[in-house]
Design a protein. Structure first.
Length: 474
């Protein structure tokens, strides 16, 4: 490996300096002693040293550029030159310098920060405005009093500058500051430009974390855009941490769910926040999802975290299904699909069975119609299916029991499935569940229905295989 290091240096056409030559020879010697770990550590150390040297050299060059341009024409000249460079890079679609370049200059020359700001603001609108946000934060670090005095004229600045100020409020967390910062935030949130006002609302992410109820009231009253609200939740939650959702008390959880209903449920980070709330306040989430169905919103896809929350709170889920008889079937089924996804867990099945005794004949049928959303639940949980039939026998006349049994039997098959290359994973799983249920079933009528379900799966699987073979033979 050491020889390879030396060889790479030479074959690259690069003439190594003394440090590189000594490092390569030391690596070769270490490898000959069999100390590969030390060789790797040395190589990584050399790489890091190279990066550090490159950083220092870049800093030196930046300082040289600042001095040269400043001496030629002061801050306005610096800004004009940078503006020309960035515009040129954009014109030929080059990967231009980072948007913090002007802020980097201010970091190297903090005493010049105010001059850079004034020059950038007076410059014509263009790509350099993207640097201003970070430059303002540098100014706050070096002279907050001067920055606050300058911010006094917020409303008089051109649109691009006001937008940069809004960006600084977002990234620096100034919306949580009192005094002049609070006054500027108020001006910004009242800006006639809706996009700028929305950015100032986005800047309340720290306030949302600290006081969700008051902040949600504020930003919804001010009409925050749904997409901005989603980003705001990202920031406040630490980019979709379910832990934040778990930490919310009842009042805060209700407020955050209101905000989620405003921005939509489908972003992964929002699904995780929702799941976190469900771990602590499961009924609030069920009610919010039900309201979302009524508003024709797209529900979450059912993340593993959300499914786990309603496995832990299977008792709350069962109570919701059994007690809220006034909820329409469509709402119940859609919400159930969201929080359960593909199959009830054993814990959920046990709690559902425990609620059967409290249902009358009419609500028992409704209960089974809701469970039908999670097909083929009677095969995955034959004991629950048996309990449903027995509950029906205790409550109903013979013809009603027959109707209930038909409903349970219908839920043993699938309403949709896919196939690839003549095979269907969903149908195979259903067949396996039917076979397993038949082997242990003690109720003769239910066992007959399970046998019919098994035949149904075998027929569908055969049809898929035949269709695929026919395609191959054509």
């Amino acid at each position: 490996m050491g020889k390879a290091v030396s060889g790479r240096l030479l074959r690259s056409g690069h003439v190594p300096d003394l440090r590189e030559f000594v490092a390569a020879e030391l690596a070769r010697a270490n490898l000959e002693r069999g100390d590969e770990q030390q060789v790797n550590a040395q190589i990584i150390g050399d790489i890091n040293l190279g990066f550090e040297q490159k950083r220092k050299e870049t800093e030196r060059l930046k300082s040289t550029v600042i001095d040269h341009l400043w001496n030629e024409g002061g801050p306005a000249h610096v800004v004009r030159c940078l503006d020309a460079v960035v515009r040129g890079a954009e014109a030929v679609e080059l990967d231009r310098s980072r948007d913090t370049l002007l802020a980097d200059f201010a970091r190297l020359r903090p005493e010049l920060t105010a001059d850079f700001v004034h020059a950038a603001v007076e410059n014509r609108p263009g790509p350099l405005d993207g640097h201003l946000q970070w430059l303002l934060q540098r100014w706050a670090d070096s002279d907050e009093t001067a920055l606050l005095h300058w911010l006094h004229g917020f409303a008089n600045h051109r649109r691009e500058v006001r937008r940069a100020i809004a960006g600084a409020f977002v990234s620096a967390g100034w919306a949580s500051r009192a005094g002049r910062f609070a006054s500027v935030w108020q001006e910004g949130a009242d800006d006639p430009d809706v996009e700028i006002a929305d950015q100032f609302l986005l800047a309340t992410h720290a306030r949302l974390t600290d006081d969700p109820a008051a902040t949600v009231d504020l930003i919804l009253t001010r009409g925050i855009a749904p997409t901005t609200a989603a980003t705001l939740l990202d920031y406040a939650s630490g980019y979709g941490s379910s832990d934040w959702g778990r930490s919310l008390d009842d009042t805060a959880a209700r407020a955050v769910l209101r905000l989620i209903r405003h921005c939509g449920w489908t972003a992964h980070s929002i699904e995780e926040v929702t799941a976190g709330i469900a771990f602590t306040h499961p009924r609030l989430v069920l009610d919010a999802l039900t309201a979302a169905v009524a508003e024709d919103q797209t529900l979450p896809t059912g993340t593993s975290t959300l499914v786990a929350a309603f496995d832990r709170h299977a008792d709350v889920l069962a109570d919701w299904l059994a007690d809220d008889v006034d909820l329409d079937l469509r709402s119940c089924r859609r919400v159930l699909r969201t929080v359960v996804e593909s199959a009830f867990t054993p814990n959920q099945a046990d709690h559902l069975a425990a609620r059967l005794g409290a249902l009358d004949a009419e609500n028992l049928e409704r209960f089974v119609l809701v469970l039908d959303e999670i097909r083929p639940w009677p095969l995955h949980h034959p004991a629950l299916a048996r309990d449903v039939i027995e509950a029906g026998r205790a409550l109903s006349k013979a013809e009603q029991v027959d109707s209930l049994r038909e409903m349970v039997a219908a839920s043993m098959t699938l309403s949709a499935w896919g196939s690839i290359s003549g095979h269907s994973a969903e149908l195979e799983r259903g067949k396996k569940a039917a076979t397993s249920a038949i082997d242990t079933e003690t109720d003769a009528e239910l066992r007959t229905d399970q046998c019919h379900a098994l035949e149904w799966y075998e027929q569908r699987l055969q049809q898929i295989a035949n269709h695929f073979n026919d395609m191959l033979s054509q």
